[in-house]
Ligand binder design. Sequence first.
Ligand SMILES: O=C(O)c1ccccc1NCC(=O)[C@H](O)[C@H](O)COP(=O)(O)O
Length: 211
Amino acid sequence: MKTRIKICGLTREADVDAAVAAGADAIGFVFYPPSPRYVTPERAAELACRVPPFVDVVGLFVNATADDVATTSATVPLNLLQFHGDETPEFCRSFARPWLRAARVRPGLDLVEFARSYSNARGLLLDAFVEGYGGGGHVFDWMLIPPDLPGYLVLSGGLHAGNVGDAIRRVRPVAVDVSSGVEAGKGIKDHDKIAAFVAAVRAAEAAVGSI
Ligand SMILES: O=C(O)c1ccccc1NCC(=O)[C@H](O)[C@H](O)COP(=O)(O)O
């Protein structure tokens, strides 16, 4: 089965074009001001105009106010909201728009219980537990992922062309998400790394599919 790909933290037109051309299924904009990948809703709206139909535009929030989420959602044509902070299930559900719940994985976090409490999410994005909430370029221990995790699993955290094949073979996520692993610098994507990442995903899914 196809492993879908989200490229996150885009800030430039050329990088949006490169992600789309490489075959990304989703691109992500970070609406968290402390992040070096932060873009304003107005900037994201400009960038989103370059995204063709059937490529999702994902808006990422960390403990934003309901007004900020609503205002951003009215400014940018977001297909999915991604909540990456401490947002409650009620908060996540309150925008009448599909959403992803990020879980910052660490020992002791009951991921099955976490997934059940966010059962209305379109998917559970498993990321490393890093300072600054995300975008850290760190791999968490995939052995912490329970085999009976309900819902759709999006694997994130420190992925790159060199490890995403192993990630797909071991975890079998429905999608993978990457930011640092395809960058030349924070918020500056490396187009060769994007292409290499997508190629590695395609090679791995072909190999898994043949098993
Ligand atoms: O990308 C950021 O700067 C960021 C900041 C705060 C919260 C979340 C953030 N990114 C969320 C993502 O979905 C990233 O793609 C994910 O954390 C993986 O990042 P990386 O390990 O750098 O590939």
